[in-house]
Design a protein around this ligand. Sequence first.
Ligand SMILES: [Zn+2]
Length: 470
Amino acid sequence: MKLRQCFGIFIVLAGLVAMNNRLLTAEQTMWKAGIAKTEITPTQPLWLAGYASRTHPAEGKLHSLWIKALVLESADGQQVVLVTSDLLGLPRDMSERICTELQKRYSLERARIMLTSSHTHCGPVLWEESSGAHLPDIYPLDEKQLSSIKAYSLALEKTIVATVAQALSDLKPVTVWRGQGSSAFAVNRRNNNQNQVAQLRACGETLKGPVDHSVPVLAVRNADGKIRAVIFGYACHGTTLDSYQWCGDYAGFAQINLESSYPDAVALFWQGCGADQNPLPRRSVALCQRYGAMLASAVEEVLHQPMKPLTPQLGTAFEQVDLEIGEVPTYTDLQAAASKGGYQEHWAKRLMKQLEENKTFDKSYPYPVQVWKLGAEQLWISLGSEVVVDYANIFKSKYGNSTWVTSYANSVMAYIPSHRVWEEGGYEAGAFEAYGLAAKRWAPDIEEKVTTSVDRLVGKLALDQLKPTN
Ligand SMILES: [Zn+2]
């Protein structure tokens, strides 16, 4: 009897210790995860992406650039693949070729693949089949540069597929946990003068404009409770630096810091709706490292608190919604733009040539919208291109504050304004000249189109979960 009581107490204590150490419980053991990372730092002097003002290719690196892949598998064998990257963004054709290859080789449906980019402005320019380069008009690229960019980009496609393959072959039992912290270095760049931000902060003044300072965190733990991967997001442009050295900007430093704190783990960063957010003040390596340290410390704070375990189930939905272009430029508009010089002149002349060849401009863009549900409760929305922060706030007020909203996902081709930003105008209402699109503005229903699409996909997941599983 005494022995049995003693054994019972031992079982209870062992259970408590297991919970405390975040060891596996029966229900949570049914997740599996595979993780892989591959360095993608260019070994030749390619052009750096994101700014029209650069005049020559890269000169070495501040730190390495990476492709990272996480595969999560639910109890019923469904898989999702998250790819993160130290890149400005993936052009649509490249993203589609990667997804087609993953579908062909591993039967991964489109909805199960999320290809993201950190939007660092110190990564390589990528190749786009239709125009030669992604954002084709802002870089002064000669034939030699274009051919190097093409060779690098085609090799990168293969690297992304190979990294996913490596993650798929690495599946091991894990537990999966969610949490959320915050960090306040992102500033709404439409509402604040960047030269005044440091002074305003020093005086305790409130900065203006909507922001999303949340730091969503997903922790993947091994059977022994050790962290194997930490996935985190933040809504802020990767524009602390504008130098000539390869760098993942603040997100690159944040990942390095986390991988240094957790040497057995891989840290993966995704960009939120940071299209109208900048890290301010900026333009020094010290500030970039500081923002990286702030973000990593916000993530670690979450990892040290009790996190919520996710049950091993997945829901996925994807669609391309046609976003209508409200107004395309006329030949006269393009003549006026050509007189401005710089990238606007390149954009205008390229499009004038198309009109002279009797080509017509597209009336809409197939915009990627994706929704995942991890466990029973974690909603994860991912949107293509440069999405302004209003969307994160709209979806959080609709679906709850813990909703994750990734942007710069699947393909990047312009800015996606909310109705407010569309009405106000300015760079974040489109930036078509920088991206090379034949458009003057989006149609006024852009916000409605995007939010209706998300609502439809969220509704589809809710319905799918009611279906009996075999
Ligand atoms: Zn941007």
